[in-house]
Design a protein around this ligand. Structure first.
Ligand code: SF4
Length: 332
């Protein structure tokens, strides 16, 4: 990795370049090492220092970033470089608190820069580190609830010296040996104290809380057209879903809805079904249509004269019903 200092150079006292470390950490957010390598080389060739980058043309930086994705990162990169030059004399701050004030630098990136570039004893916790900690200590609490415990374990192991080497070593262990599937315990340098290896649970860790399946509810929407063209609508109760919105009279939206026609009529089922997804459930609406005489009296809802009806005023779920039946009931 071009931003790393080889062990022999480290021994000889060569320190990592904070600019190269920062660049790598921003590029690595959401992207793999393999994809980042060439971009990192290109950026450091075009703009060898943070001052060069701060003075760069915005369009040139965006063009050089093209293909890496998540373009907000490139804009923040430039912003950060300029703040660094304007407020910090072109020098990277070495403490976590100041790093956190910079654009595009969150807790993970700040800890990574402090540890890797400045050897500050900060704890760097990414997905790799979480996995290694869950296995090392055989922690079965599922993620994300386990995060504080995994971070505390990682913090307790962070050494006061060579914190940067340590952080990179644990991340590399997770990326190359203690991998999500088939951890290579046989060649792992940490195999002796690893509790999950001893318990035989390594491949099952870390546990994750399963994502809840979105439930489906069913309902029946009733579309009645009066002989003069007026249509039957109902204002939904203020409390509850689509509260206060105008819509078709409906049955309850439940697992197995009972018919609830709003007016006595000869109701016909429509073959198509309107489907809509709300935040917490999918809704499948069966649709019934009817033509009713001028003197028909609804049990609920009110007739709206055709010229006063605007489909655009319907909430999306109700609009989908309209789109399916407008022709059929001649209300378009
Ligand atoms: S012994 Fe196995 S489970 Fe434990 S840290 Fe090493 S690779 Fe991971």
């Amino acid at each position: 990795m071009p931003w790393r200092v080889p062990p022999a150079d480290r021994k000889a006292g060569v320190a990592p370049d904070p600019y190269a470390v920062w660049l790598s950490e921003v590029m690595l957010q959401q992207t793999t090492v393999a994809a980042v390598r060439d971009y990192h080389r290109k950026f450091t060739a075009l703009w060898p220092t943070v001052r060069d980058l701060a003075a760069a043309d915005d369009a040139a930086v965006m063009a050089a970033w093209a293909g890496l994705g998540y373009y907000a990162r490139a804009r923040n990169l430039l912003k950060c470089a300029r703040v660094m030059v304007a407020d910090h004399g072109g020098q990277f701050p070495s403490d976590l608190a100041t790093l956190l004030t910079l654009p595009g630098i969150g807790p993970y990136t700040a800890a990574a820069i402090a540890a890797i570039a400045f050897d500050a004893p900060e704890t760097v916790v990414d997905g790799n580190v979480e996995r290694v900690m869950a296995r090392m200590f055989d922690i079965h609490t599922p993620l994300p609830a386990a995060k504080p415990e995994l971070t505390a374990r990682a913090r307790a192991l962070t050494p006061a010296v060579r914190a940067g080497d340590y952080a990179q070593a644990v991340m590399d262990l997770g990326a190359t040996i203690c991998t999500p599937r088939n951890p290579a315990c046989g060649i792992c340098p940490w195999r002796a104290p690893c509790a999950a290896r001893i318990a035989g649970t390594a491949a099952d860790l870390p546990r994750k809380t399963p994502k809840k399946k979105t439930p489906t509810r069913y309902g029946i929407a009733y579309v009645a057209r009066r002989a003069d063209g007026a249509i039957l609508l109902e204002t939904r109760p203020d409390s509850g879903l689509l509260g206060g919105m105008l819509g078709w009279p409906c049955s309850d939206w439940v697992e197995d809805p009972a018919p609830a026609p709003p007016i006595a009529a000869d109701w016909t089922a429509v073959e198509a079904e309107a489907r809509h997804t709300f935040t917490h459930f999918h809704l499948h609406l069966r649709i019934m249509v009817a033509h009713v005489p001028l003197d028909a009296q609804p049990d609920r809802g009110h007739f709206v004269a055709r010229p006063e009806f605007s489909p655009a005023a319907l909430p999306t779920a109700m609009r989908k019903v309209y789109d399916l039946v407008a022709d059929l009931v001649q209300i378009d």
